[in-house]
Design a protein around this ligand. Structure first.
Ligand code: PEP
Ligand code: MN
Length: 264
């Protein structure tokens, strides 16, 4: 299959000048769980750039457990994030939840995120497979590594070669963390495929004070990058506040993993 290692060298995925995979230095992607307002996403973009982040994340179409929870600002939020990213030289990563929206979102987003809940939404995978935008494929919370790689194959088979795998924690008997970060999957996926593999420590930890250790462990395990939630005011975030880093914490993490810009 297209994703299989089969002796192939690591694929480096390039996104508007940002290179992820192979021997490239780890890439930090950061930003809020959800785009909430113009001010919020512009402040986030500036802070992510200043920390040394190379891409901006933010959800506009949110897959929430309850229908009463904030569902995202949709295309209005996407337009704001597009502008915030451009103003700060950061390509943007945003989730797509419906096949019908793929084309329109790909006009403004550099990377289409397939969320854990949609990892086996095959019609969605086929649609992003036809897109010119890169794809960040989260591992489903109850999916095996085989199923994750098979999902990636749907995108590759559609002709889209720019696929990035993302481990974000899985469901186990353990309930102390939000999800159990399976760092073995980074090691296994890197051996079995040539695709870049990154880690989302935020949705695994569930609590911001646990994020830095998991992030550093991910890099040590061979992750090609991190996607981390951070927010101007985490305690008042409309989604995933408890796991969102403050800018101070994001800056410190960036220093610890060696991606912070040198200070004069
Ligand atoms: C997110 O990135 O905010 C998100 C919903 O992630 P996941 O699909 O991994 O739960
Ligand atoms: Mn989130």
């Amino acid at each position: 299959t297209l994703g299989d290692r089969q002796g192939r060298p690591d694929t480096v995925v390039e996104i508007a000048g940002v290179r992820i995979g192979g021997d490239e230095p780890p890439v930090l992607i950061a930003g809020p769980c959800s785009v909430e307002s113009r001010d919020q996403i512009f402040e986030s973009a500036r802070a992510v750039r200043e920390a040394g982040g190379l891409m901006l994340r933010g959800g506009c179409f949110k897959p929430r457990t309850l229908p009463y929870d904030f569902q995202g600002l949709g295309f209005e939020g996407l337009a704001m994030m597009h502008e915030a990213g451009r103003q700060n030289g950061l390509p943007i990563v945003t989730e797509v939840v419906h096949p019908k929206d793929v084309e329109a979102i790909a006009r403004e987003a550099d990377v289409l995120q397939i969320g854990a809940r949609n990892m086996q939404n095959f019609e969605l995978l086929k649609e992003v497979g036809k897109s010119h935008a890169a794809v960040l494929l989260k591992r489903g919370m109850s999916s095996s590594i085989d199923e994750w790689l098979a999902a990636a194959e749907y995108v590759l088979a559609g002709g889209n070669e720019r696929v990035i795998l993302c481990e974000r924690g899985i469901r186990t008997f353990e309930t102390a963390t939000r999800n159990t970060l399976d760092l073995s999957s980074v090691v296994v996926a890197r051996e079995r495929t040539h695709l870049p593999v990154i880690v989302d420590p935020s949705h695994a930890a569930g609590l911001r004070r646990w994020v830095p250790a998991l992030a550093k462990a991910a890099i040590a395990a061979g992750a090609h990058g991190l996607i981390v939630e951070a927010h101007p005011d985490p305690d008042h975030a409309l989604s995933d506040g408890p796991q969102s880093l403050t800018w101070d914490q994001l800056n410190e993490l960036a220093r610890e993993i060696g991606v912070a810009p040198a200070v004069a």
